[in-house]
Design a protein around this ligand. Sequence first.
Ligand SMILES: Cc1ncc(COP(=O)(O)O)c(C=O)c1O
Length: 451
Amino acid sequence: MKTATLHETGEATTVMSGKEIVDLSRKHTLFEWSAQAKVDPIPVVRAEGIYFWTPEGKRFIDFNSQLMSVNIGHGDKRVVKAIQEQAATLPYVSPHMATEPRARLGAKLAEISPGDIDVFFFTNGGSDANENAIKIARLFTGRHKVLARYRSYHGGTAGSSSLTGDPRRWAAEPGISGVVHVLDPYHGLARGWDSAQASLAMLEEIIQLEGPRSIAAFILETVTGTNGVLVPPDGYLQGVRALCDKYGILMIADEVMAGFGRTGEWFAVNHWNVVPDMITMAKGLTSSYIPLGAVGMRRKIADHFSDNVFYGGLTYNSHPLGCAAALATIRVYEEDRLLDNARQMGEIMSELLNDLEKKHPSVGAVRSIGLFGIVELIRNRRTRDPLAPFNATSEEMQALNRFFREQGFYTFVRWNVFYTNPPLCINEAQLREGFAIIDRALEITDKAVTD
Ligand SMILES: Cc1ncc(COP(=O)(O)O)c(C=O)c1O
């Protein structure tokens, strides 16, 4: 490779230019969920706090915590040091061994997880946490079917793709057997929300029609992430818990995105005082510094495996680097009081989102809880027609995305929505800095509004 030019951006030094990094990555690697000819990745060389930089020194404000996952912010030296020290001591042993970071992380998660969830199986990420959760549910109940919702994402592996309700499931079909999808309380901009009561009645009807004794589990994102930051109506999660209890169905809360302070609580279920039977987590667990996921389960489920074999395993289960990174990350949440900050900044963010809705005709809806936020854009205020169709984009959404990029503002733009999910260490001035860019960007989409 003839790339000798050194690019210096603060502390980071690279030999490749941004263009060289992008070209070579596109030539030899596949990017996710995209036709490769259309991808246009941002080359990144360094990141700190809520910002990241290209090799040429262009700074971006990260308003999505990358993949809603770098919750503590970028480049935290305390976590980096913990990883370095663990790497120097014991980077890996087989999961048949017991290590101190594994032992301490299990105990720490038992302390912060809801109710009597105090046993954990560690995975590589969220998808395989969900795979293992449904495996455990089937082994524990002796039942086969699993309920999941349409407006959901549970992962990209075979089983978790089948659980996924959104179009990312389609390519994986026919998928694994026994998955039954149910509707959510939310039905899109035009039709809006069902009451908790109506949604629970629909759920119970489906349970009866499917045969309650054949259903092992109901898996659901407590606050739905990539399908719209859908905060359930009060009473919904409590009602799901009650129905699961009534029919002996295990409730699995997928908190891969909503967990670890994103909503201002360790786990989003805490807002409704619900204890699921299992909880899956990843992303914020290590703030993504090292890949790690986990399935947490209540004691009664773990006890089942005292005498019955737990048929599950992964080479990187309980990876010492992941466990050390998670312990250090959890310490950062605690030391820096990031859950409090998420709540406080979340209140300001909610006001800023409401201001956008009042000011910009293209804003059809805003929703947020803690620092988990979304803006839904419309083309017509009367019909509430979305600015891009379901599972597609539009010229206006692309123009919005381009403007964000030019302005050094990064967030997740999908269909007719974009997200406001900054790292939980953000302060008020930084939050306002991001929203000032959004405010200007929405002038582009306002022009598309016809009625
Ligand atoms: C709610 C939810 N569950 C599961 C997953 C899959 O996790 P991973 O990509 O770590 O496998 C994701 C990823 O975005 C998610 O948002």
